[in-house]
Design a protein around this ligand. Structure first.
Ligand code: PGA
Length: 255
């Protein structure tokens, strides 16, 4: 049985004060959410403030990125052990913004996956096709390439620690979510691939959907058999809307 996992990716938003205020607002709202995993991914600069505000709660801390080396001359980068030291239990890798804006390749993502596991953190690995790729009928081919490349260094006995996030690039930050049917089709394909590669551990990997998840569409997405939670950007910036997504509650009066 896969536990649903909801992660808020704050991207480049919130200072320490705003971050701590969010956590104070979120925790009472999710106190009854025993059956799900909840993850917050603030910017690096707010990790320590969020860790302090989360102390004693079951909500987990994540980084939005990591460098694969343990230490060294990598100006501006952060090592997995430094994130573990701050209390991070997860790190997002391969987000489409990093792939598109910062030139990250599947091979680089794969080295991050291995380094995170080595340091005791769980990777949230993002994959997803662009609109051009979908329109050209290449969605599965793109997902196949990203899965193979981004997980090339994953030790098969650690596959169960992974989280995968299917995030169609055209749905991120656009307000245009994939329909539940489209998302399920991609998730089923990904599930098949992970099961073929990693057997039972692969079948048990949690697969999040990401891309314009909101309180209004969360329930229909989460009802799909292969969708195990969400990676939430915009709607994860407010504790109220993120907690509604966690509870699959549609906002009153919305369509
Ligand atoms: P969005 O972002 O929810 O704002 O579409 C999702 C993401 O980038 O992970």
């Amino acid at each position: 049985m896969r536990r649903p996992i909801f992660a808020a990716n704050w991207k480049m938003h919130k200072n320490r004060r705003e971050a701590a205020a969010y956590v104070r607002e979120l925790l009472p709202r999710v106190a009854d959410s025993d059956g799900v995993e909840i993850v917050l991914a603030p910017p690096f600069t707010a990790l320590e403030a969020v860790a302090a505000a989360l102390a004693g709660s079951a909500v987990a801390l994540a980084a939005q990125n990591v460098h694969p080396a343990a230490s060294g001359a990598f100006t501006g980068e952060i090592a997995p052990g430094m994130l573990a030291d701050l209390g991070c239990r997860f790190a997002i890798v391969g987000h489409s913004e990093r792939r598109a804006l910062f030139g990250e390749t599947d091979a680089f993502v794969s080295s991050k996956v291995a380094a995170l596991l080595e340091a005791g953190l769980r990777p949230i690995v993002c994959i997803g096709e662009t609109l051009e790729q979908r329109d050209a009928g290449r969605t599965f081919e793109v997902l196949e390439t990203q899965i193979t490349g981004s997980l090339a260094d994953l030790p098969s006995d650690r596959a169960g620690e992974l989280v995968l996030a299917y995030e169609p690039v055209w749905a991120i930050g656009t307000g245009r979510s994939a329909t539940p049917g489209m998302a399920q089709e991609a998730h089923a394909y990904i599930r098949g691939r992970l099961t073929a590669d990693f057997g039972e551990a692969g079948a048990g990997i949690q697969i999040q959907y990401g891309g314009s998840v909101k309180p209004e569409n969360a329930a229909a997405l989460m009802a799909q058999p292969d969708i195990d939670g969400a990676l939430v950007g915009g709607a994860g910036l407010e504790a109220e809307s993120f907690s509604k997504i966690i509870h699959f509650e549609a906002q009153e009066g919305s369509s």
